[in-house]
Design a protein around this ligand. Sequence first.
Ligand SMILES: O=P(O)(O)OC[C@H]1O[C@](O)(COP(=O)(O)O)[C@@H](O)[C@@H]1O
Ligand SMILES: [Mg+2]
Ligand SMILES: [Mg+2]
Length: 333
Amino acid sequence: MKRISLTQYLVEEQRQNNSIPAELRLLIEVVARACKTISHAVGKGALGEVLGTATTENVQGEVQKKLDIISNEILLEANEWGGHLAAMASEEMETIHKIPNRYPKGEYLLTFDPLDGSSNIDVNVSIGTIFSVLKAPEGMTEPTEQDFLQPGSRQVAAGYAVYGPQTMLVLTTGNGVNCFTLDREMGSWVLTQRDMQIPAKTREFSINASNARHWHAPVQRYVNELLAGETGPRGSNFNMRWVASMVADVHRILNRGGIFMYPADTRDTSMPGKLRLMYEANPMAFIVEQAGGVATDGQQRILDIQPTKLHQRVPVFLGSREEVEVVTGYHQG
Ligand SMILES: O=P(O)(O)OC[C@H]1O[C@](O)(COP(=O)(O)O)[C@@H](O)[C@@H]1O
Ligand SMILES: [Mg+2]
Ligand SMILES: [Mg+2]
């Protein structure tokens, strides 16, 4: 098999397919390099003293793990020096991080969830990094939070790294979805899956069922119908999987189909769901749509949502087309 590295792939996209400018290519390479560094830290575990809880909380009031902070710092530092960025925003930072001397020239804005699936860090279960790239608005001088509040349909690139039995990088620049595996000995990302496609039909679903008693009626109805199996209204047995790292759950769905749900529920109406729009839902929705799947908040396409806050939360239903359409339909009537 001819080995194609991430760099070669991106150069091909830039020069032959003309689908990305050189500046975006360089930016993606910097993010990919940072993910490689995070992968090394994850792999060291207790030996690298990266496990356990820090003494701080993030802006969402969640206790930070040491690796949340380390990963955030790795991404900040790498992009501070290497990317064509004006500013960054992260799950772990209250407000945006402007890059000195880079605006008004920096053309891009980057958002990330530096470490996704934090509850799995200390138990050696797959975790990841999620990122999204937006263009800085025309005429932007000094970046503000407002500049980041663009619908996900304006993303120019999105991806995630999954730190599992293998470390993989899944990437879209709006021209399909491709997967690269980290060759740990050579230190390079190698293209291992081209043009990933999510099967339209599935018999597998992902949801944290411990919240079932809090779900709204459409989600109760949908999941009850799946659980009823072949004698129920769906006439089929469904299987359930829940890793509790969105990256790992979405990666499984990209490979073999399925529906992932993190709905809003009746507990706290000021918190519509758990997942964050700008650096979890939007990049995953972009990837899923580029792989032929669907992503909604139950009412509308996630990529059409106009963000109002940097750390906005959103209900998420994504994956195989047929199932996402059924549960979205239940919300609509
Ligand atoms: O603990 P729960 O309710 O199962 O939630 C799991 C979800 O929370 C998340 O871990 C949130 O991500 P963070 O670890 O980045 O906060 C998702 O990855 C995952 O899908
Ligand atoms: Mg997350
Ligand atoms: Mg996180």
